[in-house]
Each structure stands twice: as structure tokens, then as C-alpha cells.
Design a binder for this molecule. Structure first.
Ligand SMILES: Nc1ncnc2c1ncn2[C@@H]1O[C@H](COP(=O)(O)OP(=O)(O)O)[C@@H](O)[C@H]1O
Ligand SMILES: [Mg+2]
Length: 336
């Protein structure tokens, strides 16, 4: 797509299920996408659509049981991560792919200083002596714009604000110079201003150190200015995949289109923001046909009977809607 680099990560036909007492949860149901070197991809969709399970599957972190990666491949620099042994995948997680989560408190250890938690993986993975690793850790804190880095190095997680903790997490994820950063709702728990700052930081790092980013969020509003490409997920599947401008201005899927119209925008005055009625389906009993059809304002008979294939509606732009090709007349013509 817009990024010029070669493919770094290739997710192919990924299927991950959870075997629960209530039945089989089809959390990720045939998902494919690429991330190129230095590219920022946003994975967007409502809560429960399979975004985190996709990220965890990539890193082979699905708890088994109850979870299982049933099908697919995750190629990282051409190597299938799903075939790696424990030791090898740990190396990839330590050296090649950094990951940050929504709530830094679950990943930061409250009894150790922030500095030591950044320094130690540097010592282990990069083999640097303690003193140099400390220097590197302080540089990383500066890189993520933590003021007075040397002083903060000695502080504990509870002495940091939410935004600062998330910056520290990013520093930790970058400590081993990964090529890919997977950020799962990195700003969701933060207030709007801090959220924007974290997004700016991620965008800056992406450009400065040519970092590939997979940014997971339920909020399409936060990805503008960060992501080049957007993957929209619904009920465990990809429903639309395109460059961000295509999603914003020429969406070809009613779900992505509704999501986009539910984002407040500065450049347009809307009397009312669109809200998407209804709830996502149960991933145990998916409706027949298109999973979005029960909520889709444009659904027709075929939508409740046949599952729409993911088709290329223009170069590099995929949509899984029976009316993707003539969405203009079918959907976007309808005024809200
Ligand atoms: N450990 C688990 N056991 C059973 N179901 C799970 C587990 N983890 C995730 N799921 C289910 O998988 C689906 C996708 O979850 P998730 O990827 O976390 O969604 P989100 O898009 O909000 O990140 C949800 O229905 C969730 O309940
Ligand atoms: Mg999630």
C-alpha cells in the first residue's frame, strides 16, 4: 500500500478459537493482512471483534486451552512464527516485536523501579553491561519524552501518571530495537489530551526510527495522523482494508462507513453523529450470511443468506460487502 518497504509481517488466513462451556468462540475467523517495514497499520473495530486475539495469535500468546490457533500462518521476515518453539518465539518477542497494552499497570511490576524494568531486558537481550544498559534506558526515556529522565529512572510505577506509565511502556517495548511495535489500545485508558500525545509519540517514532506499527483501537478517531492503512474488523473477520483516506472518504463497507460517520470531525459540521444500532453477534452463533446484516441499514435478502467474499474494489482496497462495488449508489447516497 502506501508504505514503500517490503513485507515485514504477513498474516495469512488466521483462525483462532476458544473452546468454552458454551461452545466454540470463533474469535478470529480467517484474517489476512500485511505490515510493511516502517508502515503503520491500524486495526479498528468494536470491542470483542477479535483485535486483541489477532495480536496475541501473532505472538503465539494464546492460552491453550481454552484457545487454539486452528489455521493460518504468521510470517515475520518470511519465517512462520506459529512453527517456532518456545525459546525461538521468546527471542522474537524480545528482539523483533515489541508489544504494549491498554493498561500499563498489568505489565509494569510495582515493586521495581521503572528504570530497572527497562534496563534489564536490554542487558538480557542485547547483552550490554549494566552501566551501558542504564545509559541506553535513560536515552529511551528521553526518546519517549519523559522529562527529567535520569531522575525518573529511579522512580516506581505508582509515582508515574497514566500517560507517563504508557510512555515508559513504549520505552520498554522499544528497548531491544524491534522492527514492529504492536500497540493494543495504548491510549484507551487515558484522557483525550494525553491520548493524542501518545498517538503523536507513536507517529514520531514510526518516522524517526522507521518502526512498523500495528495500532489496535476501537476508536477510528484516534488513528488519523498515525496510520497509513486501516483494517476494519467485525465479528472476527476483515470487512474492509484500505489506505486511511479511502476509508475516510470512500468507504465501501456499511460497517466501516458507519464507524467513520460516528467519529466527530473538525472539518465537517454534523448535527448528529451516527450511532450504530444493535450489538455485535455472538461469536459462538454467528448469523447466516453477512455477520453485520442484522444491524446493516442497507441489508437485502442476499445479505442474510450468503456470506460476502472479501473483494478488491479498487487497487489495494478490499471490502466484504455484497454491494461493495456500487456502494456509492447503494449506501452513501442515503442521507443521515
Ligand atoms: N481466554 C478466552 N477465553 C474465551 N474467550 C475469549 C478469550 N479471550 C478472548 N475471548 C473471546 O474472543 C473474542 C474476541 O476478543 P478480543 O480479541 O479480546 O476482542 P477485542 O476486539 O475487543 O480486542 C471475544 O468474544 C472474547 O470474549
Ligand atoms: Mg482488545
Amino acid at each position: 500500500m502506501s508504505a514503500n518497504g517490503e513485507k515485514l509481517l504477513e498474516v495469512q488466513g488466521l483462525k483462532t478459537c476458544f473452546h468454552t462451556q458454551d461452545g466454540v468462540v470463533k474469535a478470529v475467523n480467517g484474517v489476512s493482512f500485511d505490515v510493511r517495514r516502517g508502515e503503520a497499520l491500524a486495526v479498528v473495530g468494536e470491542s470483542g471483534c477479535g483485535k486483541s486475539v489477532t495480536a496475541l495469535s501473532i505472538l503465539n500468546l494464546i492460552p491453550d486451552p481454552p484457545g487454539k490457533i486452528e489455521e493460518g500462518a504468521v510470517l515475520f521476515e518470511g519465517r512462520n512464527l506459529l512453527d517456532l518453539g518456545d525459546k525461538e518465539i521468546r527471542q522474537v518477542r524480545g528482539n523483533n516485536i515489541g508489544m504494549i497494552f491498554q493498561d500499563p499497570m498489568t505489565s509494569l511490576n510495582p515493586v521495581f523501579t521503572i528504570g530497572s524494568q527497562i534496563r534489564e531486558p536490554i542487558q538480557v537481550h542485547l547483552g550490554l553491561p549494566r552501566k551501558e544498559a542504564k545509559q541506553r534506558a535513560i536515552e529511551l526515556l528521553e526518546m519517549v519524552e519523559i522529562p527529567q529522565a535520569e531522575k525518573r529512572y529511579k522512580m516506581y510505577p505508582h509515582e508515574f501518571s497514566g500517560g507517563m506509565r504508557q510512555r515508559a511502556m513504549i520505552a520498554m517495548a522499544l528497548s531491544c530495537e524491534p522492527m514492529l511495535l504492536i500497540a493494543d489500545e495504548p491510549s484507551t485508558a487515558l484522557d483525550v489530551t494525553i491520548q493524542a500525545q501518545i498517538m503523536e509519540l507513536i507517529a514520531r517514532l514510526q518516522h524517526e526510527i522507521n518502526l512498523a506499527v500495528m495500532l489496535i483501537t476501537h476508536d477510528l478517531g484516534v488513528v488519523a495522523g498515525v496510520a497509513e492503512t486501516v483494517l476494519v474488523m467485525y465479528a472476527g473477520k476483515v470487512v474492509e482494508y484500505a489506505e486511511i483516506d479511502r476509508i475516510y472518504y470512500n468507504s465501501r463497507h456499511p460497517y466501516a462507513w458507519s464507524l467513520m460517520r460516528s467519529v466527530p470531525r473538525l472539518d465537517e459540521k454534523r448535527e448528529q453523529l451516527l450511532t450504530i444500532g444493535g450489538l455485535p453477534p455472538s461469536l459462538i452463533n454467528l448469523p447466516p450470511g453477512c455477520s453485520f446484516s442484522p444491524r446493516c441499514p442497507f441489508a437485502e435478502e442476499i445479505c442474510t443468506q450468503e456470506e460476502p467474499p472479501l473483494v478488491e474494489v479498487e487497487p489495494g482496497h478490499l471490502s466484504a460487502c455484497h454491494f461493495a462495488m456500487d456502494f456509492e449508489s447503494h449506501g452513501q447516497g442515503v442521507e443521515d
